[in-house]
Design a protein around this ligand. Structure first.
Ligand code: BES
Ligand code: MN
Ligand code: ZN
Length: 498
């Protein structure tokens, strides 16, 4: 899809479809009024007849409206003007692209971005609209022999702005919105791939291609490298798998060499059977999504590289399968992590923390300014927060705050969870420095506590995306979260947001 920004009036726009908003009840926005005037009251006639009340999410397509230069006008209901806030704006944009997908219109001009949204600037409105336009068009049908025949004829989208002096700002926001959507799209596709094809070597190959596309430095550590580094916790998870594990390292350098990098670490379990602590059969297919942390950090990297942000960013992905096998790790096995701390593996299904802890120790060598790991780590986090918020843990409150703010701005929210020492006791082991599970209660927290023992050397945050990175049920699939949150955090750090 192609995008552009233009200033100018809607009635003079040559377009297959001009999109304007109507508030409840039957109150036209300024662009709708301009069209109404040009068409000698055509739109107010329709409103009067009651075909468009302005209810949130409703749409009405008008064809060949006299006095205008466009083929169609799409009226989009915005709900009550007094209640029109960010959520309502986003819903209107979503409704717009849904309605446009069902028409033959090849291009559309939207006049929604100038609507006042409390505390949100034009840049935010354009950025979000571009991301939504692309994300709602995302499809994954690589493995369907008969592709669905949806028309999807929309090729060009123009966002109308009122003043010419807003054009430059809007263009930058547009580029950001597109980059974030591209990052989400790759994260979704990586997540949706079937686990027979998508194993650690395939993931490493995808990372190499990303590196090639954006001229990033790329290092893939093999099993022998991990052995030399003493990553016996990561290796313990890989023992049962025929597919070899990989530790993927990517460097994006957008700032001076001495500027400390942000390091993102993504859990890359390409399939989680639970290992010897085997999971039940129901819904086990969804454990192909157990690499969505990896997908999220790679997607973020792509967005950052596309935006050419002036920051240094390193991405680490420990990748392995978690399989049962004669050679697999047993409950009761004790391993020494790269940090030197010993771990009694009491449950082989708590494998995410076992691969992350070694990657987090490895992160120290990059002298990070901050390290953020992303993982589909615990079912307990889904119990706590459902599918709305990601679980956020941090060893520095200001880092937590920045990430929460980024999530708010991106509409990809997280919720701050406690990391108090009181929970650490639950990880006690009679035989090793710690166990890898903390018992039945507070499972998302004890998992984070486990990771915190490996992140003392730097500022660190952990995002548990088990409930947010993918959807179950009829529209099963990866969501692309938390790419928007992380991209906004990095935009903020790069000084690109007001
Ligand atoms: N990948 C799972 C977590 C998960 C569960 C993600 C459900 C998405 C949906 C993780 O490896 C796991 O199995 N965690 C266990 C930990 C437990 C054994 C302490 C869990 O959450 O049950
Ligand atoms: Mn598991
Ligand atoms: Zn897992």
């Amino acid at each position: 899809m192609e995008f552009s920004i233009k200033s100018g009036n809607p009635e003079k726009r040559r377009s297959a479809c001009v999109v304007v908003g109507i508030f409840e009840s039957r109150k036209p926005t300024l662009p709708a009024e301009l069209l109404d005037k040009a068409s000698s009251g055509f739109i107010s006639d329709i409103l009067r007849r009651g075909d468009m009340e302005g209810k949130a999410g409703s749409t009405l397509m008008l064809h060949s409206v006299p006095g205008t230069l466009c083929d169609r006008i799409l009226l989009v209901g915005l709900g009550k003007e007094k209640e029109f806030r960010e959520k309502e704006y986003l819903a209107a944009v979503r409704a717009t692209f849904k309605a446009l997908a069902d028409t033959g219109a090849q291009d559309a001009s939207l006049f929604l971005a100038e609507l006042p949204v409390k505390k949100k600037d034009l840049a935010w409105k354009i950025r979000q609209a571009a991301t939504i336009a692309l994300d709602t068009g995302y499809r994954f049908d690589d493995f369907k022999s008969q592709k669905p025949t949806a028309r999807r004829s929309l090729k060009k989208v123009t966002f109308g702005v009122e003043r010419r002096n807003e054009l430059a700002l809007a263009e930058e926001a547009l580029a950001q919105g597109i980059a974030i959507a591209e990052g989400m799209a790759i994260a979704r596709t990586l997540g949706n791939m079937p686990p027979n094809i998508f194993h650690p070597s395939y993931l490493a190959e995808q990372a190499r291609q990303l590196a090639q596309e954006f001229q990033l430095e790329c290092d893939i550590l093999e099993r022998a490298d991990m052995e030399a580094l003493g990553m016996h916790s990561l290796l313990a998870v890989a023992r049962g798998a025929v597919q070899p594990p990989k530790l993927i390292v990517l460097h994006y350098r957008g700032a001076k060499a001495n500027s400390k990098p942000v390091v993102l670490v993504g859990k890359g379990v390409t399939f989680d059977t639970g290992g010897i602590s085997l999971k039940p059969a129901a819904d086990m297919d969804e454990m192909k999504f157990d690499m969505c942390g990896a997908a999220g950090v790679l997607g973020t990297l792509k967005a950052v590289a596309r935006m050419q942000l002036p920051i240094n960013l390193t991405v680490l992905v420990p990748a392995t399968e978690n399989m049962p096998d004669g050679n697999a790790t047993r409950p009761g096995d004790i391993v020494t992590s790269m940090s030197g701390q010993t771990i009694e593996i009491l449950n082989t299904d708590a494998e995410g923390r076992l691969i992350l802890c070694d990657a987090l120790t490895y992160a120290e060598r990059f002298s990070p300014d901050v390290v953020i790991d992303v993982a589909t780590l615990t079912g307990a986090c889904v119990v706590a927060l459902g599918h709305i918020a990601s679980g956020l843990f941090a060893n520095k409150d200001n880092l937590a705050r920045d990430l929460l703010d980024a999530g708010e701005l991106a509409q990809d929210r997280a919720w701050h969870m406690p990391l108090w020492d009181d929970y650490q006791d639950l990880l006690k082991s009679g035989f090793a420095d710690m166990g890898n599970i903390g018992g039945r209660w507070g499972g998302a927290i004890t998992a984070a506590c486990f990771l915190s023992r490996f992140t003392k050397a730097y500022d660190w945050a952990h995002l548990d995306v088990a409930g947010t990175a993918y959807r179950s049920g009829a529209d099963k699939g990866a969501t692309g979260r938390p790419v928007p949150l992380l991209a906004h955090y990095l935009l903020q750090r790069a000084g690109k947001l007001d």
